[in-house]
Each structure stands twice: as C-alpha cells, then as structure tokens.
Design a protein around this ligand. Structure first.
Ligand SMILES: Cc1cc2nc3c(=O)[nH]c(=O)nc-3n(C[C@H](O)[C@H](O)[C@H](O)COP(=O)(O)OP(=O)(O)OC[C@H]3O[C@@H](n4cnc5c(N)ncnc54)[C@H](O)[C@@H]3O)c2cc1C
Length: 359
C-alpha cells in the first residue's frame, strides 16, 4: 500500500507512526525545510477538555504507543475576568513545547519514527498525489484543501496574536483572561516555559487581520503588563467542521479535518487521534467517520453549543462565571472529579435554548 502524507505536523507525524507500526512506510511531504512550527510557544493540554479521558499523555501512550514528554505539569489555574479572579489548584494537564527545538512536540513525534521518508521543501497538492498513491492524508494544518473539496463548514473565525515574553512566572500556572473589551468572544492565556520565560497569547473573534494589533495593545494596557517581548507572531485561526472527512482516497486529518475546537481553539489531542485513525482506517478498511466520531466529531459539536451560549455573555456574566468556578462545590465537580463538563454544558444549553424557543 502506497500512502502520501501532506504535512509533517501533529496529525501527519502521528499518522506516519501508526502506519509504520502496521508495516507501511508512508511518503511525507513537508513544505518547510525543517520539522517544527514556524513560531515557538508553549501549548496546553487540559484534562478537563476530553473527559472521560483522564490523562491525555497516558492515553496516547497506552492506546497509540506515542510518548510525549511535557515541559511541566499544570497545577494551578488562574482565571481572570474584568473584576474577578479565581485560583484553583490540582492536576489539570500539561504544558507542551511547540517550535523546532529537540524537546518540542513535532521533534518528539518525529524521533519516534523508525524510517521517516520525508520530502522537505515540497509544497504538495492532494490532486496529483491522489492519482499516484493508494491513499493521501491531507494533514496540512489549514482548511485550504478541505474548502477545495467542498467539505468545510466554518463555525468561528478568530485571530491569534502571541509573543514570547520575559518576566517572573510560576512554571506550573496557566493564567486565562476573559474580557469582552479586548478578546470579544475569545480569550487570552499565559503558558510558561520556565520561571523567566512564557508565551502570552490573545485570541480575538470576529475581527479582521489588521485589527488584531489594536486588541493586543488594549490587552497589554488593560492588564498593565510590563513584560519584555522577545518574539511576536499573529495568525488566523480557522475553526469549523469538515464533512465528510474522506473524499475518494483522500483523508482529512488534523486542522484540515476540523480538529480545532470552537471554544478554546485547542486541537492537539484531536489531531493526534485523527492521524492515528486515518492510518487504521486505511489498513483495516474501517469507516474513518466512525473511528473519529467520539473523540473528535461529537466532542467539537458539544463544544460548539457551549460556544454559542458563551457568545451571548457580557462582562458581568464573565465575572459570574469566574466567581462560579471558584465556588467549592462547582470547583470540586469540575476540576476534581471525572465529570464530563463539556457534555453537561452541551445538554444544559440545548435544554435552555429549547425552553427559550431559540433555534
Ligand atoms: C498559536 C496557537 C496556539 C495553540 N495552542 C494550542 C494549545 O494550547 N492546545 C492545543 O491542543 N492546541 C493548540 N493549538 C492548535 C494545535 O496547534 C493544532 O490543532 C494542531 O497543531 C494541528 O495539527 P495539524 O497536524 O493539523 O497541523 P500542523 O501541526 O500545523 O502541521 C501542518 C504541517 O503541514 C505543513 N504543510 C502545510 N501545507 C503544506 C503543503 N501544501 N505541502 C506540504 N506541507 C504542508 C506545515 O508546514 C506543517 O508542518 C494552537 C494553535 C495555534 C496556532
């Protein structure tokens, strides 16, 4: 079986890993001359997001044979709304390094391949490859191919502006801000590399690319930061769902398959799952939609429902949310049990909408 993978990113590399395990060496096409992200940052895996999966890294190891070493564990969540602050302590997940360094996620995934056949500096196109290979996995990190194939349905468009900053940080603390004034329906977060260096990321919804700098400045002024910026980046975040996820012999995986969740914009766990399941579908002839239904499709549908409700909230409501998650009973249920908050949120908002007569 001849398989082409477009993109040596999260979904592409995990797909290659699974194919190797199943006795197939795929040909990978990567447009860059290197393995890794354009911009370095610290990403987060929050265990609360994918319940009943309790610990994402243990899950990858046990079910996919992939081992990922985090930079740190997340033991402290600090939430800010315009007038409230809540601090919660516990085991919440992991900080994972993105970028090009040896301990970054891409490098860790790459190092677990036995015989990687990677064509660097190659901007690949799915169409000619689909004629040359038995299967093509589009894992190119964007919705461009998905749109061409007519499978993309946009849910929310956001712009991300981020930077690497120097200051004093707790390496186990994830800080999150919600404030309509500078995030609109988005949010901002800080993820530390170590005590002295961190990523600061702002996600703003429903704006144009040229407006994001204004919101970034507003964010810094409102929160009164005096960190030193050593690197900055901005990019569009396309969030949507793909259907179908397989067209002919072409599989859509990772962001190309709509892995980014429409609430926080996280997509690593879904991208890894899609890479693995695309490989299993090819080799065992199983239905790809069914294989990704639970962890990716249904999960993102649930989150989308929460997103729609969240969009209606104002800053007063944000204050109530931040206060609410700090209340002992709620804090315990949300953060210290395996209660499926996303699923509950979905059914709760569906019920509320029905009672109010919304569509
Ligand atoms: C700033 C930012 C912060 C994020 N933070 C988090 C987080 O904290 N937690 C989380 O879970 N998720 C986070 N995400 C989302 C997560 O990074 C993505 O969901 C995930 O990386 C998607 O994996 P992928 O394989 O689809 O794409 P990528 O990992 O982006 O890989 C795509 C690869 O394809 C290559 N490529 C593109 N086009 C072509 C082509 N035509 N030919 C050949 N190669 C090509 C690219 O160079 C790249 O190497 C974040 C995203 C951003 C942008």
């Amino acid at each position: 079986m001849r398989v082409a993978i477009i993109g040596a990113g999260v979904a592409g590399l995990t797909c290659a890993h699974e194919l190797e395990k199943l006795g197939i060496t795929p040909v990978i096409f990567e447009r860059n001359s290197f393995i890794g992200d354009q911009y370095g940052h610290i990403s987060a895996y929050l265990n609360i997001q994918h319940r009943p999966i309790k610990d994402s890294l243990k899950y990858f190891n046990k079910h996919f044979g992939i081992s990922i070493t985090p930079v740190n564990t997340i033991n402290n969540l600090t939430h800010y709304s315009p007038n409230k602050k809540t601090v919660i302590k516990g085991n919440f997940g992991y900080f994972i390094k993105r970028g090009r360094e040896k301990d970054s996620l891409f490098s860790q995934l790459h190092s677990q391949l036995n015989k990687p056949d990677i064509n660097f500096n190659t901007l690949a196109d799915y169409e000619p490859l689909s004629k040359e290979f038995d299967f093509v996995v589009a894992a190119n990190g964007t919705a461009s191919f998905t749109k061409e194939l007519g499978c993309w349905h946009e849910t929310i468009k956001t712009y991300v502006k981020g930077g690497t900053i120097l200051g004093n940080f707790d390496p186990n603390t994830l800080i999150m801000w919600i404030n309509k004034d500078y995030c609109k329906n988005g949010y901002a977060y800080l993820t530390p590399y170590n005590e002295k260096k961190a990523s600061l990321i702002l996600v703003v919804s429903e704006i144009n690319s040229n407006e994001v700098d204004h919101f970034w400045e507003l964010f810094w002024n409102t929160e009164n930061f005096n960190y030193t910026i050593i690197e900055e980046f901005k990019q569009e975040h396309e969030t949507g769902y793909a259907y179908p996820h397989k067209v002919g012999n072409i599989y859509l995986a990772g962001n190309a398959g709509g892995s980014i969740d429409p609430f926080l914009g996280f997509g690593q766990l879904s991208s890894i799952t899609m890479g693995i399941m695309a490989a299993r579908s090819m080799v065992y002839g199983k239905d790809y939609e069914k294989l990704i239904k639970k962890v990716v499709i249904r999960h993102n549908q649930w989150i989308y429902e929460m997103r729609k409700a969240y969009n209606k909230a104002d800053n007063n409501m944000y204050d109530m949310i931040v206060t609410g998650i700090g209340l002992p009973g709620i804090k315990h249920l949300f953060y210290h049990t395996n209660f499926n908050v996303i699923r509950f949120g979905y059914f709760y908002y569906r019920l509320m909408s029905k009672l109010k007569g919304d569509n």
